[in-house]
Design a protein around this ligand. Sequence first.
Ligand code: MRU
Length: 363
Amino acid sequence: MKVNGTSYTTIWYDSDNEQVSIIDQTQLPHRFDIITLDTLSDFCHAISSMQVRGAPLIGVTAAYGLAIALRKNPSTQSENKAASQLLATRPTAVNLQWAIRRMREAISTASIEFRAERALLEASNIFDEDIAHCSAIGDHGNKLLKDAYETKTDGSQLNILTHCNAGWLATVDWGTALAPIYKAHKLGIPIHVWVDETRPRNQGASLTAWELQQHGINHTVIADNTGGHLMQNGLVDCCIVGSDRTTAAGDVCNKIGTYLKALAAFDNNIPFYVALPSSTIDWSINDGIKHIPIEQRDSREVTHITGLNKHGQLTEVQLTGNSPAANYAFDVTPARYVSALITEIGIFSADRRDLQKLKQLLS
Ligand code: MRU
């Protein structure tokens, strides 16, 4: 997608310099910084500090991290160490485990002198697939948006509410929840996006709003508590969010606060769509509330906030007194509140039977 008119992906491998670069998302929207990741600890830090974030991008970054670690040392010991360090960075998004498992399977048959090369090839396959899958999610989801727009009788723009950032910054390119919006916008459907700020890290206010602005898509940032009011007053036509892990029965784990939006959408009879690549499905579990580990991050992300001061410098300020704070990063939306799952294969119901059909199509 575009940054000031130039095409970028969120991560890329430069084969001339044999280096992996990323957009440092902790600096957006105020600074557009590109950094290179050279060592395994650079990759682990990039994921845990959220220089890269979003389930699909975490998976792709981990894949490159493993490949770079094997280039330095292709032994099994080095592979085990790299895999366990990368897996420990963030627990909820299943794409991380999925990517590491896939990388390890791919190199399992390569002889020691070709392991690093094979690993790099697999990381680049995962990178390419992520782009293709997100683009396909965009095409499938676009049909839902087109139908929703055509059924509007007042000719007004389509109002979509999204939570967190499930745009191109959360993937390699296109995004998941925002991919249908980008495709619909290209086709001329008039769209307005309500962007939940998404406390505490404000991925909506800092990342989703920035992406949409870069692409000329009409949007408004709202405080996280606003969505219910908008829905009650007919100002939301549908919600679209991403997923960090979806169970085999269709429960969706996503950024904290997603569940409350789903409840409000359900109460107001508004479609609540979840867009995800199939790599985000954890086929080994059914009950998301019981079985998905919820990341708890540093309470400082709740008690403090960073922004630009009047001199244009990034500054952190303290919001709270000395009260303890808790920082649960994700919640689970039970399948019954999900209107449909938009995947790269097509649109599925959030239930075990329909997801089994998807599984068969994947095999
Ligand atoms: O903590 P983050 O910023 O990694 O959380 C991101 C989200 O919750 C996204 O909605 C999810 O990863 C889907 S991304 C396409």
